[in-house]
Design a protein around this ligand. Structure first.
Ligand code: SF4
Ligand code: SF4
Length: 337
């Protein structure tokens, strides 16, 4: 447990946490919405510092990141807690719990994590993932600076619900992001995740303005966020505000946690994929076997650049610089043979 960053003392030992847009006002002895930041005698503590729920090497494609060192692995770890309460959470055992209720956490020092990260030469760095990394900000930040010194890469897989100050502090140290854009309706964020859309849009714009690698995941849940008019609106916003080079993952939903709506029909995902590709050429389908929905084609000459099946990758049309081997178009800024 460590002293948390980004909080204000309010008197009568109350504190206000400024880490995420919930801005929780926390009474002594209580926790914020995320369940892992606790007011102890007027001091806000981060309870999950150094506590790891899972740590292992994954393919970068599993994050998902399709344009960031394709075919390489990355050390991925998570802790517990989340500032969202998504009824469809696939990691609810670690996201919707507290240190008191989850006895399977392991203590790791920063050196221990670095030693694991350096043990695999094919790994490109560390991904902060599984639960929401914003709410283990201090631990992530301390590791990220060491990873950076070792000239490895930091990746954050996040819901994007973070306030300006911590994001500004973090941005220089994170190379790539995959941000969930769960819906383009604020009501969805409010009803399904206990959050708001606007701060997520602000985060996306800031990441883009900082020139960081950005991929977006949109989990398609039938009847809840697959309305075509809203979908078009979201795609137009991504294209116009973030650029048409933005990578979009349309992920197939399956029932999980409290959500019993049947899985996304294949034909719905196929239809949305075709719509999305007319706005964003680098759109992919995830959580589904499809003929070409996970492959990368050159937007200039349509050369097949990367063929993907599950998490396995076959690089077919890229030269050693990450450019299309047929027409020379620069497609992959982050590429290592
Ligand atoms: S990080 Fe946690 S405690 Fe802080 S404002 Fe967000 S939900 Fe509340
Ligand atoms: S933001 Fe992600 S980890 Fe958090 S509750 Fe939602 S789906 Fe789960």
């Amino acid at each position: 447990m460590r002293e948390a960053k980004f909080y204000k003392t309010l008197g009568q030992e109350k504190v206000r946490c400024n880490l995420c847009p919930h801005l929780c006002i926390i009474e002594p002895g209580e926790r914020g919405i995320c369940g892992v930041r606790k007011n102890l005698d007027g001091h806000l503590k981060t309870e999950n510092y150094g506590l790891v729920s899972a740590i292992h090497f994954d393919p970068v494609e599993k994050k998902p990141l399709y344009h960031f060192f394709p075919g390489k692995s990355i050390l991925s770890f998570g802790s517990i807690g989340c500032n969202f309460t998504c009824g469809f959470c696939q990691n609810c055992d670690i996201s919707q719990t507290t240190v008191d209720d989850y006895p399977w956490l392991n203590h790791y020092s920063i050196d221990q994590i670095l030693n694991i990260a350096f043990s695999d030469d094919s790994s490109v760095g560390i991904a902060y993932t599984y639960n929401e990394p914003t709410i283990y900000f201090e631990f992530m930040f301390d590791i990220a600076r060491e990873i950076e010194k070792a000239r490895l890469r930091n990746v954050m897989i996040s819901n994007g619900f973070i306030t300006e100050e911590p994001l500004d502090e973090l941005l220089p140290h994170i190379d790539a992001f995959n941000i969930d854009l769960k819906s383009f309706r604020n009501e969805f964020y409010k009803e399904q995740s206990g959050a708001r859309l606007k701060p997520v849009k602000e985060t996306l714009k800031k990441i883009r303005a900082a020139g960081k690698h950005l991929e977006i995941t949109n989990l398609v849940i039938p009847t809840l966020n697959d309305q075509r008019d809203t979908f078009h609106e979201m795609l137009a916003w991504i294209r116009d505000e973030l650029g048409e080079e933005t990578i979009l993952h349309l992920s197939r939903y399956f029932p999980a946690y409290q959500m019993t709506i049947p899985a996304t029909p294949r034909e719905v995902l196929n239809e949305l994929y075709e719509i999305a590709r007319s706005y964003l050429p680098f759109t992919y389908m995830g959580n589904i076997n499809s003929d070409h929905g996970s492959d990368t084609f050159c937007p200039s000459c349509n050369n097949l650049l990367i063929e993907r099946s599950g998490y396995s990758v076959r690089i077919t049309g890229i030269n050693e610089n990450g450019d299309c081997s047929r027409c020379g178009m620069k497609v992959f800024k982050y590429y290592k043979k």
